[in-house]
Design a protein. Structure first.
Length: 118
């Protein structure tokens, strides 16, 4: 089992920055892909970014590329999402999730709200 707990988020003005943190615990994460996904009101959950736990390889959705940065701190078992140049359309509940190369996301955090005011 993997436990994921997000923190951060809240209310931020458009153009501002916010940082989300995901504390991971449980079984070894060395083969995991750690993702951030978000769900806005009335919309489907969508992929934001991911980082591989072992190699630190990253992937971003087109909508956030160049504005968001995902990283991991192996020593602290933490995954970070630095969000810059935030837009109102970034408003959503953000989830930290984990999967392997061969599975879908099967471990989820509880989610944290990010609201960007215009």
């Amino acid at each position: 089992q993997v436990q994921l707990v997000e923190s951060g988020g809240g209310l931020v003005q458009a153009g501002g920055s916010s940082r989300l943190s995901c504390a991971a615990s449980g079984r070894t994460l060395s083969n995991s892909i750690m993702g951030w996904l978000r769900q806005a009101p009335g919309k489907e959950r969508e992929f934001v970014a991911h980082v591989t736990w072992s190699g630190g390889n990253t992937l971003y959705a087109t909508s956030v590329k160049g504005r968001f940065t995902v990283s991991r701190d192996n020593a602290k078992n933490t995954v970070l999402l630095q969000m810059d140049s935030l837009k109102p359309e970034d408003t959503a509940v953000y989830y930290c999730a984990a999967r392997t190369e061969f599975t879908t996301y099967n471990y989820w955090g509880q989610g944290t709200q990010v609201t960007v005011s215009s």
